[in-house]
Ligand binder design. Structure first.
Ligand SMILES: [Zn+2]
Length: 419
């Protein structure tokens, strides 16, 4: 069977619910999306469950499912994903946290969870912590990520993820940092809880006297004198897509969580200048790069991720979400102009719904399209893109992992079951 290429555009958090100011339409239904409408007419459509009906997922779990994995089997926590995002190779026995540079006072009360959204100097701060050795020889790796975010990896003997975290939680300024407690009776959990508290105290001792922090305080800024830790996990046991499917995949994105998941899946990742997880990301730059990667013939499957739709949902800005959907439609116009559907399947989906009204992820299924050439795919006779237009689509009630397999099968990358 001749193999074909595929390209998938992921609009993060695109799914929504009817919104009053949009006349009872969702942002995607309300948006003018001639290219997505065309795409819908060229293939199969439907509202797809990210993991299972009614299950709310995070961006990390949503993307694992889009890439064909069972998150229940491979997801070990956000910390490892953040570490992977920066190319840190976890080893067996390591535990990884995600963390925030934050500001605390002398009695460990959290003053600001993000150290005033510190945006520069974190690499320098990290160098004073990276390589630290704790009392029983456990080595500490600290990796600066975007803005106030970091990943922290512990490498040593007898480590466990069965501990509580030091982060008192979102919107918990004024609360004290939490001393970790073991979550089971194992000596590993007790050992790790003790080590993480030792680390926390050392971080404070080092960072509070750091020159950059002293300078920040002089300028009236908040000192980045602590790292709040959460999302602890171990190295995931995840076969790469290239091993599972014999496929070469690329991921174009501007957001570290998605980059981390893509790297765990063994994809090559592309985060160029101007690609970010914000409203002003370079939409068209991502589309152009995606097309270029396909045309150079180095990749079978290219995934392009846009975060801005999710942000608009979290910010409850329906018109901005409409605007972001229309920008994604322009990307789709470019892709369709430069890609022949007879040679390359073009798909569209979301990792989860982020309804504006909820300002959070919901379990609603997500609008999804798989389009191909005239004889390449069965068509649903749907000519408009949006949740309600897909109600009779053939992909309805499937799950993200099914959509992955369907794309792989259409592209010719699946093996026959039986003889
Ligand atoms: Zn998401």
């Amino acid at each position: 069977m001749r193999k074909k290429q595929g390209i998938l555009v992921i609009a993060d958090g695109m799914g929504d619910r009817p919104i009053e100011v949009l006349g009872g339409l969702t942002p995607l239904e309300y948006a003018k999306t001639p290219s997505l409408d065309f795409l819908a007419s060229k293939g199969a459509c439907g509202n797809v469950h990210p993991y299972a009906p009614g299950v709310r997922v995070g961006t990390d779990v949503g993307h694992l499912a889009i890439f064909g994995y069972d998150p229940k089997k491979v997801y070990t926590g956000r910390g490892p994903i953040e570490a992977y995002g920066d190319n840190f190779e976890l080893e067996d026995g390591d535990i990884a946290f995600r963390g925030n540079f934050s500001t605390i006072d002398d009695d460990f009360t959290v003053i600001d969870r993000r150290a005033g959204r510190i945006s520069s100097g974190t690499k320098e701060l990290v160098t004073t912590l990276n390589g630290m050795v704790l009392s029983n020889g456990t080595k500490v790796f600290v990796i600066a990520l975007t803005a106030h975010r970091v990943a922290v990896v512990l490498r040593g003997k007898n480590l466990s993820t069965k501990i509580t975290i030091t982060d008192p939680g979102t919107a918990m300024e004024g609360e004290k940092l939490v001393k970790p407690q073991p979550l089971d009776d194992s000596k590993e959990a007790k050992n790790t809880a003790m080590l993480v508290w030792e680390l926390t105290q050392k971080i404070y001792d080092i960072l509070k006297v750091n020159n950059l922090n002293i300078q920040r305080e002089k300028e009236g800024k908040l000192s980045a004198n602590m790292i709040l830790l959460r999302g602890v996990g171990i190295k995931p046991n995840m076969p790469k897509l290239s091993e599972q499917m014999n496929i070469k995949c690329a991921c174009v994105a501007g957001e570290m969580t998605v980059i981390g998941v893509a790297k765990m899946a063994g994809m090559d990742t592309f985060m160029l200048e101007g690609f970010n997880g914000e409203y002003d990301t370079d939409f068209m730059g991502k589309a152009k790069l995606g097309v270029k990667l396909l045309k150079e013939d180095k990749y079978d499957w290219v995934v392009i991720h846009i975060k801005a739709t999710d942000l608009a949902g979290h910010d409850n800005l329906p018109y901005v979400k409409v605007d972001m959907a229309e920008k994604i439609d322009l990307m789709m116009a470019y892709i369709l102009k430069n890609i022949d559907l007879n040679d390359c399947y073009v798909s569209f989906t979301a990792d989860h719904s982020t309804p504006c009204e909820l300002k959070d992820h919901s379990g609603d299924p997500v609008p999804t399209i798989i389009a191909g050439g005239d004889i390449g795919i069965r068509r649903d006779d749907i000519n408009q893109c949006g949740e309600k237009y897909f109600k009779n689509g053939s992909l309805n009630n499937l799950r993200a992992r099914d959509i992955f397999m369907i794309q792989m099968d259409l592209m010719g990358f699946t093996k026959k079951f039986g003889s």
